[in-house]
Design a binder for this molecule. Structure first.
Ligand code: NAI
Ligand code: 13P
Length: 775
């Protein structure tokens, strides 16, 4: 069968890349042949070498010889494994009875094995990869390309690191991945199976990998989604452990199928939270659902987990692995631990009950039967299950404040005529930014497309940011786009016009829609009933509601978490600016701070909270990120002698003192770096939120004349300060209204559903907030 790249395209003719044009002299030079080395010689490593060797011999663009690095060991006969492989052409320990192909050369010397190769295939148990990379760094060809067949990940201080990223970063080379429903022993005897190559950018490289792996019984296709493919291969091992527990407990096929379904949902949610670029379609490739099925039916992880459960958890996985696999390695148990670390570090344990439970069983904290006492662990808000019941929704959501970057000042005057409004600027619009005084968002992040690309690049370079905003936007879009009768508004990436106040307020609208508070808004609730979701079938409406509830909680926390680093940066900047007066502190530092960042009083503790009464407490307490900011700045000056007291004898915060006394250019640079990163994140959040709101509002019914009349009244009663946002909502969907910056004419009769409903939810949210404040 033919290999394929993205949507099963046919491969070019086998020798196409080397087609000779007899009229050109340089084409007579023999083509440069690729040389492949397989790093690893376990069960799958040996089968991979066999596949590659058969193609290398057949294709003239590859060297015949395929080197296979063997982690040397002495067999019970006293012979070296590599020598026996070279003599018998069989890996007698890890793949007995199978001829690898005479062009496979076993090499116990790692450096020698990789030296000449320009195509490196990594296929060892994942726990050994860091050491292997360390050993060969700087010893490989500069033009080398890599592919990883390894199912696993590393968890580092900075967060999770996929093995392909580890290889790329440590060796400085591009790395694709190959995963799939590939139980090695079955492929070894040439039973048909499929596999998926994941590539990052270069399709032609992926084609080359497809070329060298594809055979009549091993059909390979490629998708542009390295992380998606790799996470599928990695995470399914955790689900396979769960499936093994079910088998050991003899729970039957229905239970196992349920575990697989829930597992797949957790795989998808986890992958997309870590890497928003992960594609949904990847889960339907061989690397996704097919690998999950085969591993849960016939894999080693399943087998050992079954034995573990049969023994009531009394024999450890290490013991069972050694006894049952005889040198082969399990990946699922360590992956469950790694996943658990990520989940607990990010506070996501509750969202991933299956993954969490698997680890807790593996370490003996829970009995194997806990895998089916699932409901006890099912969270109220789960990414993996449906909403349990409306009563489970917490009644309050806390967004204590919003980042200062979202505050808008600048009044608009409103003139009204029936459904028409004219907004004209009465004074220069001002935004308070989080960076320098010249509004960094306006200068650096002028273009939201650019911002989005920045974010994508940050994500692509392995800078893993859990993107809840992107996650929920794509979840909602996906939910809606599968409905044949409903075509959601396709969100455009337009200007930066968001306001997180609105989320907060719109959240409170949906939450309070039945409360008497909303009824106080000019009696509008009944008039506007059947808003969000009214164009959807009932089950989708429910699912949307559930998603939005989860989203409100999660995004609220996300916004909260941005506050401290933003404030820290503002304060350090402010202090730097007034460094001289602060170092000879007489209380004026606090004054400076207050003038520059009035909004910080929402969060900042007064200096008197510090135990020493004269000490100025300048760090925002309690948050990692802000502490990190402070720490890194402090690091800049660690060689600077510490000044203990100000000139007037008062003490100031030690960390701050380091910063103030050191090289302020370096601190400024760091501040810029942090505030740029924060700005990028905030802009991305803002943009995704706008998209999310647009998509959600597109599920609303159209507005009646009465609705529009009432909306007009609601807009008229808005405080002038809120008209700014009204203008932004209108402009977002009407680029033509962007042309004149100081005048916007609006006819509510002409506006589309999305704009009208966004206006409605905004004005009612403002009204709700006002009522709440009055209370
Ligand atoms: N076996 C299978 O059916 C499949 C395995 N995979 C994945 O491929 C990767 C490799 O798996 P297998 O080839 O099956 O390996 P394996 O499970 O057979 O592991 C044994 C290998 O580890 C090597 N090893 C032991 N100690 C070592 C050390 N300290 N340093 C370096 N190597 C050491 C052994 O020499 C042997 O080659 C894993 O991530 C696995 O999940 C993927 C698809 C199928
Ligand atoms: O990854 C595999 C099949 O695709 C093999 O899984 P096991 O490691 O559980 O045998």
């Amino acid at each position: 069968m033919a290999p394929s790249v993205e949507s099963q395209q046919q491969q070019p003719p086998v020798e196409a890349e080397n087609t000779v044009n007899s009229t050109r002299v340089e084409d007579e030079v023999p083509p440069i042949k690729s040389k492949v080395t397989v790093v690893g010689s376990g069960n799958w490593g040996s089968v991979a070498a066999k596949l590659i060797a058969s193609n290398a011999r057949r294709l003239s663009s590859f060297h015949d010889e395929v080197r296979m690095w063997v982690f040397e060991e002495t067999l019970p006969t006293g012979e070296k494994l590599s020598e026996v492989i070279n003599r018998t052409n069989e890996n007698v320990k890890y793949l007995p009875g199978i001829k690898l192909g005479e062009n496979v050369v076993a090499d116990p010397d790692l450096e020698n094995a990789v030296r000449d190769a320009n195509m490196l295939v990594f296929v060892t148990p994942h726990q050994f990869m860091e050491g292997i990379c360390r050993q060969i760094v700087g010893k490989i060809r500069e033009d080398a390309e890599a592919i990883s067949l390894i199912k696993g990940m590393e968890v580092k201080k900075e967060g999770p690191c996929m093995i392909s990223t580890l290889i790329s970063e440590q060796l400085g080379i591009n790395c694709c991945v190959l995963m799939g429903a590939n139980i090695a022993n079955e492929i070894a005897v040439e039973k048909f199976s499929e596999a998926t190559v994941g590539y990052r950018k270069h399709k032609e490289i992926a084609e080359k990998w497809v070329h060298i792996f594809n055979t009549s019984y091993f059909m390979v296709s490629a998708v542009q989604d390295v992380e998606g493919v790799e996470l599928c291969g990695t995470l399914k091992n955790v689900v396979a452990i769960a499936a093994g527990f079910v088998d050991g407990l003899e729970m039957g096929n229905n239970t196992k199928a349920a575990i697989m379904r829930i597992g797949l949902r957790e795989m998808k949610a986890f992958s997309k939270l870590l890497f928003p670029s992960v594609k949904d379609t990847t889960f339907f490739e061989s690397c996704g659902v097919a690998d999950l099925i085969t591993t849960c039916l016939g894999g080693r992880n399943r087998k050992c987990a079954e034995a573990f459960a049969r023994n009531g958890g009394k024999r450890s996985f290490d013991e069972l692995e050694a006894e049952m696999l005889q040198g082969q390695k399990l990946q699922g148990v360590s992956t469950a631990k790694e996943v658990y670390e990520v989940l607990s570090h990010r506070g996501w344990l509750e969202l991933f009950p299956l993954f969490s439970t698997v680890h807790e069983i593996c370490i003996g904290r829970l009995p194997p039967s806990a895998i089916v006492q699932y409901s006890e662990h099912t969270p109220k808000f789960s990414l993996v299950g449906e909403l349990i019941s409306e009563n489970d929704i917490p009644t309050t959501t806390h967004v204590t404040s919003v980042p200062v970057g979202f505050l808008y000042i600048g009044p608009w005057r409103l003139e009204k005529q029936r459904f028409k409004f004219k907004f004209s600027r009465t004074s220069k619009k001002t935004r308070i930014g989080i960076g320098d005084n010249q509004n960094p968002r306006n200068s650096r992040l002028k273009n939201s497309m650019e911002t989005s690309r920045d974010m994508a690049a940050a994500i692509e370079t392995g800078n893993i940011v859990p993107d809840f905003f992107g996650f929920y936007t794509s979840e909602v879009a996906e939910l809606l786009c599968h409905d044949n009768d409903f075509v959601p508004f396709s969100p455009q990436i337009s200007g930066l016009t968001g306001n997180l106040h609105e989320l907060d307020r719109e959240k409170s609208i949906s939450k309070n829609s039945c409360t008497k508070k909303e009824n106080s808004i000019s009696g509008s609730a009944s008039l506007y009933s059947n808003g969000i979701g009214s164009l959807l079938p009932e089950f989708k409406k429910e699912r949307l509601k559930s998603l939005l509830c989860q989203c409100v909680l999660t995004l609220g926390q996300e916004v909260n978490e941005m506050i401290n680093p933003v404030l820290s940066i503002c304060r350090i900047r402010s202090c730097l600016r007034y460094k001289n007066s602060l170092l000879s502190f007489d209380g004026s530092g606090c004054e400076v701070d207050r003038v520059e960042h009035p909004q910080k009083k929402l969060k900042v503790l007064p200096p008197s909270l510090d135990s020493e009464s004269e000490r100025v407490h300048l760090a925002v307490p309690g948050k990692e990120v802000s502490n990190d900011v402070m720490k890194e700045c402090t690091q800049c000056h660690k060689n600077t002698p510490q000044l203990r007291v100000g000139s007037d004898g008062t003490k100031i915060d030690d960390d701050l003192r380091y910063i103030l006394e050191g090289d302020s250019t370096k601190v400024e640079e760091l501040m810029k770096k942090y505030s740029d990163e924060l700005s990028t994140m905030i802009c991305h959040m803002e943009q995704k939120l706008e998209e999310l709101l647009d998509i959600v509002m597109s599920t609303c019914r159209s507005m009646t004349l009465a609705n529009k009349q009432q909306l007009r009244e609601l807009i008229q009663s808005l405080p002038p300060g809120n008209l700014d946002r009204v203008v932004e909502i209108i402009r977002r969907r009407n680029p033509s209204k962007n042309t004149s910056s100081d005048e916007v004419r609006v006819d509510l009769g002409d506006e589309d559903i999305v704009t009208l409903w966004r206006l409605y939810y905004y004005v009612t949210a403002v009204e709700n907030a006002r009522t709440l404040c009055e209370d």
